[in-house]
Design a protein around this ligand. Structure first.
Ligand SMILES: [Zn+2]
Length: 117
């Protein structure tokens, strides 16, 4: 992969990373607002628990993606970026444009999903 191309993907990854960090901060603020001591009845309590769980799940997803992005940035530095971690073939450019943190080529990704399903 050419340097210019790598820079382009790096930029994409960093932009996405900034977006996620922002979302996580929002989630953090929201979950702070959902404090149990301001809740009155049981119905409200249940809703608070639900909201907290929802926010927590969301942040778990975001966090996972964040670590994927960090790994991808690491691979850019190591010059292994854009190579499938399973079959070591080049990952399709279209795929990298859509999912710049992709670890696998589309075939290996499908295989991995089938196995985990
Ligand atoms: Zn592959």
């Amino acid at each position: 992969m050419r340097k210019q191309e790598k820079e382009r993907y790096k930029k994409k990854l960093l932009t996405k990373k900034a977006e996620i960090v922002e979302t996580l901060n929002e989630v953090l603020n929201q979950s702070k607002e959902v404090e149990p001591d301001v809740v009155q009845d049981a119905g409200d309590k249940a809703e608070t628990a639900y909201t907290k769980e929802f926010l927590l799940n969301l942040s778990t997803t975001e966090r996972k993606q964040l670590s994927k992005i960090d790994e991808a940035l690491g691979r850019i530095e190591e010059c292994t970026y854009g190579t499938c971690q399973m079959c070591h073939k080049q990952i399709n450019k279209k795929r990298l444009n859509a999912v710049p943190w992709a670890l696998y080529c589309i075939h290996c990704q499908e295989k991995a999903e089938e196995e985990s399903a």
